[in-house]
Design a protein around this ligand. Structure first.
Ligand SMILES: O=C(O)C(=O)Cc1ccccc1
Length: 285
């Protein structure tokens, strides 16, 4: 297979690690400390692909991933994997009996946001500490049994770092899932290697002509009358001035020979900029 090593947001036992082992059970994988570091590792050839989080049911988009892809390192999205997310509160075994007296909770910003209601009702004035990942939080707590700390992370992290889960399933909404994208330098066909996908998508980045009334409406019409089903539309700042935004649009099918190319041609004729970020299979684990 032309994909051998996969980069992910480490250390071991993060949700990203879980997504990688679910989708690529036989590949080598390599942890990186941040999402940009995972993406850079693909660009400089340290790994063949990276798996990074892009959207969560409760917290929405992972802006760092979208922005780094758009503004810094233009890789291709070659696949998507969606996994259920269960957040647990865990402490060092020494503190198991006294866990209600913890004075600091460590985790990734998305994990903390997924548990806001729980934290607000159980620990209204506790110190929240943001870490680069849930795994990093669990590792930190495991290294400081002398402090009364807890981490929010998954079951694998509790096992990997020897922590005790004192309150399972503290995410505020049951239907908690995260979408991860698989990034590669080239637009390769992942479903040649991984069968049984659950569907296909094409992701476009679209910029609108400036100050044109009804431009977004016209963009959406180009998809609507071709019956191209959109599963997501999101705006992000261009970072060039207030009010300047680009759009990320997911179409619920592969880049075909006729429909999507003709929609793109129509958008370009309207003065839009269009870039295909990827056309890929997705997998639900
Ligand atoms: O920190 C992790 O474990 C990650 O992989 C990022 C993340 C954080 C919270 C939910 C899903 C993914």
């Amino acid at each position: 297979m032309s994909i051998s090593t996969i980069g992910f947001l480490g250390p071991n036992a993060t949700f990203s690690a879980q997504a990688v082992s679910g989708l690529f059970p036989n590949n080598e994988s390599k942890p990186y400390r941040t999402i940009p570091a995972c993406i850079d590792a693909v660009v400089n050839g340290e790994v063949d692909a990276a798996v990074v989080p892009i959207e969560n049911t409760i917290e929405g988009s992972v802006n760092l991933t979208i922005d780094y892809l758009i503004h810094e390192q233009p890789l291709k999205i070659i696949g998507e994997v969606i996994i259920p997310i269960k957040q647990h509160l865990m402490v060092h075994p020494t503190n198991e009996q006294n866990w209600e007296k913890i004075n600091g909770v460590y985790s990734h910003s998305h994990a903390i946001a997924q548990c806001h209601k729980f934290l607000h009702s159980q620990f209204p004035s506790i110190q929240l500490e943001y870490t680069s990942s849930t795994g990093a939080a669990a590792k930190h707590v495991s290294q400081h049994p002398e402090l009364m700390l807890a981490a929010i992370a998954n079951e694998l992290a509790a096992e990997e770092y020897g922590l005790t889960i004192v309150k399972p399933n503290i995410h505020d909404f049951d239907n908690n899932h995260t979408r991860f994208v698989v990034l590669h330098k080239n637009m390769i066909d992942l479903d040649v290697y991984i069968k049984n996908n659950n569907g296909n998508k094409t992701t476009l980045m679209i910029t609108l002509p400036s100050d044109q009334a009804g431009a977004l409406h016209q963009v959406l019409s180009a998809f609507a009358w071709r019956k191209l089903n959109l599963s997501k539309i999101e705006s992000r700042p261009m970072k060039t001035g207030l009010g300047n935004y680009f759009f990320i649009i997911d179409i619920e099918q592969r880049l075909d020979d006729i429909l999507i190319p003709s929609a793109i041609a129509e958008l370009e004729a309207l003065g839009c900029g269009v870039k295909v970020l990827g056309s890929f299979p997705y997998y639900l684990l």
